[in-house]
Every structure is written in C-alpha cells, then in structure tokens.
Design a protein around this ligand. Structure first.
Ligand code: OSB
Ligand code: MG
Length: 370
C-alpha cells in the first residue's frame, strides 16, 4: 500500500463550555485531521491531538504541522507501508509523538479499510461498548456551586466516573464537596503537573475521599518525586504526561512511580505502541484507562476501539460528542447507559461529514511526493 498524499485539515471547533486546567483555559479546540490517500484512492483518517499551545506537553498544533510537512511526509509519501513499518520508520524523528501518531493512524486506517478489518478487531477488542467517564475542568469563576452544577449534569447524563481537574488552591475543598454530594460515585483527580515534591503531605489529605487515583501531580520527568508522592498517599498514583512508551510505562511501574496508567495513543506515538503498553500492564495486573484530548469523532472512534481491550478496567475520558461540541465533525457519539459503542465498520469506522469538515476547516494543505 503506497501513500500518495497526506491532506492536513486544520479545524477550529468551539467547545460547549471553557475547559480550564492547571495549565490554561481552552475555549476553542484547534485540531488537525490527517487524511491519508493511497495509490488506489483509498482514504484513512488520523487526529492530531496536540493543543494549540505547548501547555500540556511540548507539542502544539502549528509545530506538529511543521514537523509533518518537513520531516514525516517525506518519509511516508511514495513508499509502500505496513502499519508497523510506517511507525518504525517515523522513529528517526525524535519526540513529536503526537505528530507521528496522527500520520501513523491515518495510514493504519487506510490499511485496515483495505483489509475490511475494524480497528477494534485488529487491536484485540473484547467488548462492544466501553464505560465512560468525564473530565471536569476548574470553573472559570472558581465557584463551587458552578462545579456542583456541572458535575450534577454529567451524573444525570449517566457518566460512570467523574474526574476533577485540580491545582494548588483548588483541590481539597472541591473534592470534599463533590464527594459529600455523591458519596459513592467513582471519583478521581488530575493535576496536570501543578504540584511539587513538597506537596506530598498536602496531597495525602485527599486519601479520605476514596478516590480511584491522583493523576500526574508532578512534572513529566520527575520519576523520583512521583515515587515519593506514591509512598506518602494511600490513593493510587496514575501517570499521564510521563508515559511516552512501553519502556517508560515499565519504568514507572518498576520504580513505584505509578500504580495505574492513562494511555493516550497520541502521547505514546500511536495505537500500536498503546496496545503494547496495554499488553505489558495486563501482564503485570496494572489497571489502565484511555485518556482523552478533547477529540473530535475521528479521534474518539479510535480511542473507543482501544478502550475495548481487556486491560482497560477503569472508565476512560471517552465522553460523548455533546460533552465537547454542539456539532461534531462526524456523526455524534451518544452516551447510552454511561457507555459508548465501539464502531464496527472497517478501520476507525467513521469518516468526517463533508459539509461539517468544510465549515469547520480554516486551512487545508495537501502534501504529495512529487
Ligand atoms: O490531562 O487528561 C488530560 C484534555 C486536554 C489535555 C489534557 C487532558 C485533558 C483532559 C480531557 O483531561 C479529557 C477528555 O475528555 O478528552
Ligand atoms: Mg491528564
């Protein structure tokens, strides 16, 4: 299968409400979709899940587009690929995992569509639907009432787990009031690296609220710090930003820096690496769950297929389309009984609605080998 063209669709999608985390606030999702086209005209899609600025990790959308144009497209275009082959070839570009994942997923999608195989079947999905959680930002007003209102809306919608974003100054109190209002709902928190090692005893105050986990309290590279936090807290520590590969996942587990892992296919450079991390964690009995990056229906379809693997025993940040967007670029993903259905069609199983793609696109660039 030879890839003749990569089309980069840059979209601007207004969020239904601002999403504030410890690293900043998003009002609009600027995201890029990669469309890969092979020499027979077969097409596939991959979502580049970078944010618009380097606040979550070092990547950002304009940088990813640059890396794809300058370095990844010349590797991929005009050559004959298998999914493993293209991911391995792109490793000559250090870092830039999200950019690599977007191209690799688009190529994988073409390949699977040609083989009439769904991504779920290809990865080894064992479920037809997945349990869904929801990630709740810090209210821009910093109002506890507003937080309770938003969480209440998601609980009423049927979400099976609530994740609260925290930062110093917005942690113990919001967690306490949400736990008091919903004494049994599965609850967890995500700090996005906002704390330091000195906060170990402060974070241990969260132990009384029966949380599933505390996600990424410290900086990405602070392995020892996370091990210290894990010793100080009885709540399990989960890593997101720190986990970039199967090797970093194994290091985190062996080192005692994490006892469960958020797998984001973009952050680990693609779905094949995501599956390897899943397989490792399953063999070690380390629970994993599928993270999210405010994906459109394209990224969501693929994430839901991954989340259907047997080791994904915790609900993921795989929420319904209407948690993010009034209108999605694909047919919307709709929550039923707190779950999303795994697409069954070939490849990722969904495509953009042409009219929506046109109206949401702010730029389209076509890269070809000639
Ligand atoms: O840290 O998990 C995170 C969104 C953007 C960047 C980082 C994160 C998130 C979320 C939202 O928590 C998850 C989602 O619903 O897509
Ligand atoms: Mg996170």
């Amino acid at each position: 299968m030879t890839i003749d063209a990569l089309r980069l669709h840059s979209l601007q999608m207004p969020l239904v409400r601002p999403f504030r985390t410890s690293f900043g606030t998003q009002y609009v999702r600027d995201v890029m979709l990669v469309e890969a086209i092979d020499s027979d005209g077969a097409r596939g899609w991959g979502e580049c899940v970078t944010l618009g600025w380097p606040g979550y990790n070092a990547e950002y959308t304009a940088g990813a587009i640059q890396v794809i144009k300058e370095y990844l497209a010349p590797i991929v275009l005009g050559n004959d690929w298998t999914p493993d082959g293209v991911d391995a070839a792109m490793k000559v570009v250090r870092g830039h995992h999200i950019a690599r994942a977007s191209v690799g997923t688009a190529v994988l999608d073409v390949w699977l569509r040609r083989a009439s195989t769904s991504l779920g079947d290809y990865l080894g999905a064992t479920r037809a639907e997945v349990d869904c959680g929801v990630s709740v930002g810090i209210p821009t007003s910093e109002s506890i009432e507003e937080l309770l209102e938003e969480v209440g809306m998601y609980v009423d919608a049927g979400y099976r787990r609530i994740k609260l974003k925290i930062e110093p100054g917005w942690d113990i109190e919001p967690v306490a009031v949400v736990r008091e209002r919903w004494p049994t709902i599965p609850l967890q928190v995500d700090a996005n690296q906002a704390y330091s090692r000195e906060h170990a005893h402060h974070l241990a105050r969260l132990d009384e609220f029966d949380l599933l986990l505390i996600e990424q309290p410290l900086e990405e590279e602070d392995w020892w710090g996370h091990a210290l936090i894990a010793r100080a807290c009885s709540t399990p520590i989960c890593l997101d930003e720190s986990i970039l590969s199967t090797e970093s996942a194994e290091s985190a587990i062996e080192f005692g820096a994490a006892s469960n892992i958020n797998i984001k296919p973009g952050r680990v450079a693609g779905f094949l690496e995501a599956k390897k991390i899943h397989d490792l964690c399953l063999s070690r009995k380390v629970p994993v769950w599928c993270g999210g990056m405010l994906e459109t229906g394209i990224g969501r379809a693929a994430n839901v297929a991954l989340a259907a693997l047997p080791g994904f025993t915790l609900p993921g940040d795989t929420s319904a389309s209407n948690r993010y967007y009034a209108e999605d670029v694909t047919e919307p993903f709709v929550l039923r009984d707190g779950r999303l259905a795994v697409p069954t069609g070939p490849g990722i199983g969904v495509v953009p609605i042409p009219e929506n793609l046109r109206s949401m696109a702010v730029a389209v660039e076509e890269l070809t080998s000639s």
